[in-house]
Design a binder for this molecule. Structure first.
Ligand code: SIN
Ligand code: CO
Length: 369
């Protein structure tokens, strides 16, 4: 079962992407929920998944974090269950993100699914990412305000950062197959009108702060010898206590030279951006495969499955996966990026390097799952 997405990407990018929120009615015509509330509740009982239950009973906000052991005492209204990175753990639910794989994948974060009862929601808030919220079963009323840096935010509960009242620019009820796209920074609030499911496909960019701090760590690890400021043409300044403009520029250039070093920058970014953002369903290998056994399975026609949503990307002619560089030719890396499975033919002549990735648990034979 695959839900079809009908969207004019060129029009969407030109008018809405990172510009303004929009509701795309019936973008998934004939939408069918790929997961049931019971299955979602089951996933939130697992330790590996990040989940929370948010309640707003009689105007009091509360949040509890999973794994959960029971849902008995919650009643039938004013609570919702939110589970992060479901695409890593539920194959059918993961199909929801497939049509969004046309967007640069380095920005993709995860699929969060929320189940909400009547009157439930997480309250008015602002997110640090762009999100496509797909309505599944049930109805939700969404109120989205304009972007404004002056909104006051406050903790309605220590785990719930809310935003003060805002004038809605969107105030609509969504039903199955509708999508609400919200760029970073726009306040929003979804209130469930009955039992409902919604699917949030999140895209996260990088802050300059994180980039600089992470790049600095990489530089320290990879260039342990100091690169010292030098000024062999120095002339005595009029005021030796005053930094001269050319000195400040030279200092800036010294730092920028590292960032502009393509080999360094690209390798750092490939490793940085493929670090997992959420726990992955990596199958632990008890006994590493030996080459002969590995090849025998491939020859028998067994397929290798990629761990769902493992981060794999290309920078220049190099591939990166899970924070590491991949030692394989680019043709094969292309297949590893786009295909969910590879067979013996796909990886022919690269069995040894591929074996290493299998023994790390990044691909697996089906019966190991
Ligand atoms: C929800 O699905 O309940 C919350 C999603 C959001 O507002 O980011
Ligand atoms: Co939100």
């Amino acid at each position: 079962m695959k839900n079809r997405l009908q969207i004019n990407w060129d029009h969407f990018l030109a008018n809405y992407w990172q510009k303004k929120p929009v509701i795309l009615r019936k973008a998934f015509p004939d939408f069918i929920d790929p997961i049931t509330p019971e299955e979602l509740a089951g996933l939130a009982m697992e330790e590996e998944l990040d989940s929370r239950i948010v309640t707003n009973k009689n105007g009091v906000w509360d949040a509890k974090f999973g794994p959960f052991t029971s849902y008995d005492k919650l009643g039938d209204s004013n609570w919702s269950l939110l589970v992060q990175a479901v695409d890593h753990w539920h194959q059918e639910a993961a199909t929801i993100v497939e049509p969004f794989k046309v967007i640069p994948q380095w920005q993709f974060e995860d699929l969060m699914i929320s189940y909400a009862t009547k009157g439930a929601g997480v309250g008015p808030h602002i997110d640090n990412y762009d999100v496509f919220i797909i309505q599944g079963q049930g109805k939700r009323r969404w109120r989205v305000g304009d972007r404004n840096e002056n909104y006051k935010q406050f903790n309605a509960h220590k785990a719930l950062l809310h935003v003060e009242d805002y004038e809605p620019i969107i105030d609509e009820v969504m039903t199955a197959g509708d999508i609400l796209y919200i760029p970073i920074g726009f306040p929003h609030n979804g209130e469930s009108l009955n039992e409902s499911l919604s699917y949030s496909v999140g895209f996260r960019t990088q802050t300059s702060q994180d980039l600089l701090s992470n790049f600095a760590d990489y530089v320290i690890d990879n260039l342990p010898r100091g690169i010292f400021y030098q000024d062999p043409d120095l002339k005595l300044p009029a005021d030796p206590y005053q930094l001269q403009q050319y000195e400040l520029t030279k200092l800036q250039d010294q730092m920028i030279a590292l960032i502009k070093d393509e080999t360094l920058f690209n390798d750092w970014f490939g490793k940085h951006i493929t670090q997992p953002m959420h726990e992955l369903n990596i199958v632990p290998i008890d006994l590493p495969y030996q080459l002969a056994e590995f090849i025998a399975r491939l020859q028998a026609g067994d397929l290798l499955y990629k761990v769902p949503s493992i981060r794999i990307l290309k920078v220049g002619n190099n591939g990166y996966i899970h924070g590491e560089k991949i030692n394989l030719p680019i043709d094969l890396i292309n297949k590893l990026c786009t295909q969910q499975t590879v067979n013996h033919q796909d990886i022919r002549d690269n069995e040894i390097a591929m074996l290493d990735l299998i023994n790390r648990g990044y691909w697996y034979f089906e019966d190991e799952d």
